[in-house]
Design a protein around this ligand. Structure first.
Ligand code: DHB
Length: 491
């Protein structure tokens, strides 16, 4: 696991018509007792840092270390290289980070299908099976966190060889990978992961990071079903896209359906469970007012969520006006015209009709959205282990009368180990957070990122949180803003 400078090889990468030169170490093992071939890491360093130079104001001593993960759908997330971004077009985050003068560490982490052959294509994930068939199902919770922590420890172990500042590690991820990034921020040095880290022969030492960037983190899984119905109860139709291979090409095809009467009834009962959870969190807004919910789902917490959406629409409108002003003529149709749930007067967004908005963006998942009754969801599989394929995990199952034998319920400690929320406390090592969740994202309720951002603020963290208008379930967009945020913290 110890690296030497001699292992760095020169590499030039091309993307989006540009080229970046660096030195790289590819495929280094980051733990002494790997259990899956994915557990390898790539390190990329701007060429200039080997010749005493600087890039964008950073040098070999000061450069932050950007640590993206490629996890999606709780699937295995392999180590990546700088290049094109298959999902968003343009250059990927690794390439752009290198151009910006950051050192990049991309490690492979296990996921729910690690060990088995599976051609599953997951909503949001740009590839199907991304691991190696071994027959050993070693990638279930909390493996993704364990591996990313082992990668952080590996970087600190080799801090004398890897240029950059190992005290300025910034994690990044999208969706399940956004959850992983949040977990890296919330659980730095938590002894609860130690037995798992020992099992894979991780280096000893600290695994806290400096800052966490999270795109649409799909987390807080045990409360996600209730949160989803708090938002979507009453919406019978669901609409989503599925990946399908047509003539060897992955295409997205729209699928839709309706909740059954039994699902509608379950939806209402789940929705009714959410206010108690929110009230129990004791969240407050920036003015110190308590954020709570009434039994019918209305209340200051919902007003706060609506306020975030209104801010988002207002910002979008202002950007539209700015562009119009810069070209000296008005442009018809701003992005906020896409939904008619907004009350816009004189270029000011005065309000948003919550029910009309939720109806306009539509439900994506049937009820229950995450903890499927037949154990068929990706999250059910995430809570399996080497012998049990899938488990339940919802905190609301028992209260709703869904008893199942204990073998089918995930160990509460394992559920806790992949939820950042219960770990958030004052004095956490990671103070700096940036969270983005698109206003058209229906993969989880808006309540989920709002709870994360608010709880972090309430314990004194520095949180840059926004719900960018019109953005669906997506990540690695507005990367210039992300790197400007890093510069603001490290530059
Ligand atoms: C992801 C999306 C989901 O809707 C989900 O339930 C879990 C993960 C993802 O894109 O990573």
């Amino acid at each position: 696991m110890r690296l030497s400078v001699g292992e760095f090889v020169p590499r030039a990468y091309r993307a989006d018509g540009r080229e970046v030169s660096c030195r790289a170490i590819l495929g280094a093992p980051y733990c002494a007792k790997p259990v899956d071939p994915i557990q390898r890491v790539n390190v990329f360093v701007p060429e200039e840092y080997f010749t005493g130079g600087s890039v964008g104001g950073y040098n070999a001593v000061t450069a932050p270390i950007f640590m993206p993960n490629s996890v999606g759908g709780y699937l295995p997330g392999p180590a990546e290289e700088p290049g094109d971004d298959a999902r968003n077009g343009g250059a990927n985050s690794l390439f752009r980070a290198l151009e910006h003068g950051l050192v990049v560490v991309s490690g492979g982490v296990r996921g729910r299908t690690s060990g088995k052959r599976s051609d599953e294509f997951f909503e949001g994930a740009d590839a199907g099976y991304r691991g190696v068939e071994t027959g050993r199902m070693v990638g279930r919770a909390p493996a993704l966190v364990v591996d990313q922590k082992a990668i952080v420890r590996f970087v600190r172990l080799n801090a004398d060889v890897i240029p950059g500042n190992a005290e300025r590690i910034v994690t990044n991820g999208t969706s399940a990978g956004g959850a992983l990034s949040a977990l890296m921020g919330a659980t730095g040095n938590d002894p609860g992961y130690e037995p798992y880290l020992e099992r894979i022969g991780a280096a000893s030492g600290r695994d806290d990071v400096f800052a966490s960037n999270c795109f649409c983190p799909i987390h807080n899984l045990e409360h996600a079903d209730a949160a989803y119905e708090w938002q979507f109860a009453g919406e019978r139709e669901w609409h989503r896209t599925k990946h399908k291979v047509v003539d060897g090409v992955v295409t997205r095809v729209p699928v839709s359906g309706e909740l059954t009467d039994a699902q509608m009834e379950l939806s209402a009962r789940l929705a009714a469970r959410f206010p108690d959870y929110v009230d129990g969190l004791g969240l407050t807004d920036p003015e110190g007012r308590l954020l709570t919910l009434n039994p019918d789902g209305s209340g200051s917490f919902r007003d706060f969520v609506v306020g975030k959406l209104v801010d988002s629409a207002q910002r979008e409108l202002r950007l539209h006006e700015d562009v119009a002003a810069s070209i000296g003529k008005s442009i018809p149709g701003s992005a906020v015209d896409q939904v008619n749930a907004l009350d816009v007067r004189d270029e000011r967004v005065c309000g948003l009709d919550w029910r009309a908005y939720v109806h306009a963006i539509t439900r994506m998942k049937a009820t229950p959205a995450f903890d499927a009754s037949d154990l068929s969801s990706p999250e059910n599989e995430e809570f399996g282990d080497q012998t049990v394929g899938a488990r339940h995990f919802s905190a609301d199952r028992e209260a709703l009368g869904f008893f199942s034998d204990s073998g089918k319920m995930a160990d509460p400690e394992v559920v806790r180990l992949i939820n950042p929320i219960p770990h958030i406390r004052s004095g956490m090592p990671t103070r700096h957070w940036r969270i983005r969740h698109g206003s058209f994202d229906r993969d989880t309720s808006f309540a989920i990122p709002v709870i994360l951002a608010t709880r972090l603020r309430n314990v004194g963290c520095d949180v840059d949180f926004r719900i960018p208008w019109g953005v669906p379930h997506a990540g690695d967009y507005q990367m210039d803003e992300l790197f400007a945020w890093v510069d603001g913290l490290c530059g």
